[in-house]
Design a protein around this ligand. Structure first.
Ligand code: BTN
Length: 260
């Protein structure tokens, strides 16, 4: 299993986007998000990327753990700063679109998205996004992708998982995958900063993995059933319930195809 990163290959594959990112690669860390949050506090510049082969305390949404084992995953975080006036609603959905487009540029087909921030394929989870806010308005955008089956998954898995290896005949080197996602992310983050989520709404909706399906939406203290509809121009999920249309805004929501 390959570990580390070939920086010259990465730079070559990043092409023009190389000037937008400064990539640091660690053999091991607790969590690339945690590491980047600390660097943001020390004043690191927008565009710093920290990737790793192994996370010992990787974090997913809602306090879940996120495994990253050498060779099995692509695990990285990007530090980004926007001017204070930029509205961040829908950012994680736009990042999902960027990841999907980055993978499709390499030949992956039918990458879908599950609200709010899962990368989904063939009704299984291919990856996840965790965006956290650092001091002074910096954002840490964490992305984890399953590249190959991880033997450590079995006891931890609570939902169907899929890997890029399952989905594609040829799996590209990690440098190529990382570069393609970063290229796509640079354009997406620029556009989002100027125009917000609304311009990504259609791209998100046509990838909506659960469109028209019965779902359960779970918050910290509630759960609700309905039919999954599209998202609004602000990125809220439209849920059609027996009581009518509900807009789900809160980021802390889980979505399941089966009853919860
Ligand atoms: C989720 O699906 O719950 C979100 C998973 C996000 C995982 C990534 S891996 C890189 C970054 N570092 C972390 O600790 N988490 C994010």
């Amino acid at each position: 299993m390959p570990t580390g990163i070939d920086f010259s290959l990465l730079r070559e594959q990043l092409a023009q986007a190389a000037s937008r990112f400064d990539v640091d690669w660690l053999d091991c860390c607790d969590s690339t998000n945690t590491c980047l949050l600390a660097r943001a506090e020390e004043g690191a510049a927008s565009g710093l990327v920290v990737g790793t082969d192994r996370q010992t305390a990787g974090r997913g949404r809602r306090g879940r753990a996120w495994l990253a084992t050498p060779g099995c995953s692509l695990t990285f975080s990007v530090l980004w700063r926007y001017p204070a006036q930029v509205q961040l609603q829908g950012l994680s959905l736009a990042v999902g679109v960027a990841v999907a487009e980055g993978l499709e540029a390499l030949g992956a087909r039918q990458i879908q998205l599950k609200w709010p921030n899962d990368i989904w394929l063939n009704q299984a989870k291919l990856g996840g996004i965790l965006i956290e806010t650092a001091p002074h308005g910096s954002l840490v955008i964490g992305i984890g992708l399953n590249l190959a089956r991880d033997p450590n998954w079995e006891p931890m898995v609570t939902q169907p998982l899929i890997t890029l290896e399952d989905a594609m005949n040829t799996v590209n080197p990690r440098e190529t995958i990382l570069a393609s996602i970063l290229r796509s992310l640079a354009t997406t983050l620029d556009t989002f900063g100027e125009k917000g989520f609304a311009v990504f709404q259609q791209d998100w909706c046509r990838r909506n993995a659960f469109l028209g399906l019965p779902v359960c939406v779970k918050g910290e203290r509630y759960e609700e059933y309905g039919i999954c509809d599209h998202v609004t121009p602000e990125g809220a999920l439209i849920l059609r319930t027996e009581q009518g249309e509900r807009l789900i805004n809160h980021g802390d929501v889980s979505l399941r195809k089966q009853a919860c």
